[in-house]
Design a protein around this ligand. Structure first.
Ligand code: DQA
Length: 144
């Protein structure tokens, strides 16, 4: 299987951004973890981050027909972006919504998600480990 792991705004700052909320692991540490995990479980990983909504949408369009699954930490766009939701619906590949923090234990504006409406499922609150959990979840979803 091939999966796209897509990261939205401000996630390039992981490691130094509010480490009490998001941990000290950097995005490049996470990418390395995902690539190593992909080799272990036989999943080909593409990994990308952008601060721009349109670039995230382009990446989802490009995944259509090319990738078997999408793991998306859309950052704050999770809570605002109808356009990202529509892109996922149009891509016709299964998506898992992912967050490092437990968004449900935080401010109420983080409790709504446009992504969840079109996702197979949601993983949040497990920090960087959530990425490999999401990969396992996607692999088992694709094989079920
Ligand atoms: C986040 C949660 C979002 O609410 C926030 O805007 C982020 C990061 C997370 O991974 O916990 O940027 O997606």
């Amino acid at each position: 299987h091939g999966i796209l792991i897509l990261n939205g705004p401000n996630l390039n700052l992981l490691g130094t951004r509010q480490p009490e909320v998001y941990g000290r692991t950097t995005l490049s540490d996470i990418e390395a973890m995902c690539r190593a995990h992909g080799e272990r479980i036989g999943v080909d990983v593409s990994f990308m981050q952008s601060n721009h909504e349109g670039a995230l949408i382009d990446a989802i369009h490009e995944a259509r027909g090319e990738r078997d699954g999408l793991i998306l930490n859309a950052g704050a766009y999770t809570h605002t972006s109808v356009a990202l939701m529509d892109a996922i619906s149009s891509a016709e590949i299964p998506a898992i919504e992912l967050h490092l923090s437990n968004v449900h234990a935080r401010e109420s504006f983080r409790h709504t998600s446009y992504i969840a409406k079109v996702a197979v499922g949601v993983i949040c609150g497990f920090g960087a480990r959530g990425y490999t959990l999401a990969m396992d979840a996607m692999k088992s979803h694709l094989e079920s």
